[in-house]
Design a binder for this molecule. Structure first.
Ligand SMILES: Cc1ncc(COP(=O)(O)O)c(C=O)c1O
Length: 286
């Protein structure tokens, strides 16, 4: 298995040797945001949308991205090129408010943001795609409700998701389905969720307070273009138990476990969108 790489302080290094400060607010307070994208043969899919969502997260958290030590696009490129085309990878960019004590105050205001990135082999086992993964519906809400934390920000605050995933695993499952605070089906711990019933797709609407997943948006578009019935709406969790099938979507995991039709559609779409190769990807990003 390939060794993980990291971009830190302008250099690509072995991830095991990369360091950030123990005083970094990402570490002490989860005061930051991130993006994870998939590298296909060395090229990031949907880089422009990932960068746009990172910028949105930074704006919503009031982290001055323009004071980060480098441009995220340049960091992604340096790391993707160092990783190379032999194996797909999971590339993560993490942005924090930087090194400063105190919950808020002038020191936090003055801090320069920390920007680091890592790339590791895709962590999803083949079994997920061949057999589908086992998901359990947990009677607990996803992370903070929208009134507490705007779900458009992909923040570092994943502890509720970590605990939910642990609980799912203790119960012999691979993934947990979480509820919104008002008891609607929301999303999985690191993926959006779709239900399939009688050939029609349904997914929680954004008003449920979920992450506006990029793969979710692609699947909605592809399914509609294929003439499939698709609904975005509030979903009662009991519908999950009654569904013919449940699909999870995420940039790195793609579509799992799946009607092969949707999974194949997504794969084909990604392939076409990267078909112009490196020039097509890097030249669209300024
Ligand atoms: C909570 C949550 N929902 C949904 C997703 C899927 O989002 P995307 O398709 O943009 O990767 C993720 C991905 O990390 C996630 O963490």
């Amino acid at each position: 298995m390939r060794r993980a790489l990291a971009w830190v302080d302008g250099n690509v290094v072995d991830a095991a040797a990369a360091r950030v400060s123990v005083l970094d607010r990402g570490f002490t307070l989860a005061d930051g945001c991130f993006e994870t994208m998939r590298l296909y043969a060395g090229l990031p899919y949907a880089l422009d949308r990932h960068l746009a969502r990172l910028a949105t997260s930074a704006r919503l958290l009031d982290i001055p991205l323009d004071r980060a030590p480098a441009r995220p696009a340049a960091v992604v490129r340096a790391l993707a090129e160092a990783w190379g085309p032999e194996e797909d990878g999971m590339l993560r960019v993490t942005l924090t408010r930087g090194v400063a004590g105190g919950v808020a105050g002038p020191r936090a205001e003055a801090a320069a943001p920390t920007l680091v990135a890592t790339v590791i082999p895709v962590p999803y086992p083949a079994r997920f795609y061949e057999e589908g993964l086992r998901a359990v519906l947990l009677d607990r809400p996803r992370r903070a409700p929208p009134e507490v934390l705007d779900p458009r920000a992909k923040t570092l605050a994943y502890l509720p998701h970590v605990l939910a995933r642990r609980e799912a695993e203790r119960r012999g499952a691979d993934e947990a389905l979480l509820l919104s605070t008002d008891g609607r089906l929301a999303e999985a711990t690191t993926a959006n969720v779709f239900l399939v019933k009688n050939g029609a797709l349904a997914t929680p609407d954004l008003a449920t307070g979920i992450l506006d997943g990029l793969t979710r948006a692609d699947v909605l578009r592809l399914a509609r273009a294929e003439g499939l019935a698709v609904e975005e709406r509030a979903i009662d969790p009991r519908e999950a138990a009654a569904a013919d099938e449940i699909l999870l979507t995420a940039s790195v995991g793609e579509v799992l476990p799946v009607t092969r039709r949707i999974a194949d559609l997504y794969r084909l779409h990604v392939k076409q969108s990267l078909s112009q190769g490196a020039r097509g990807v890097w030249e669209t990003i300024n």
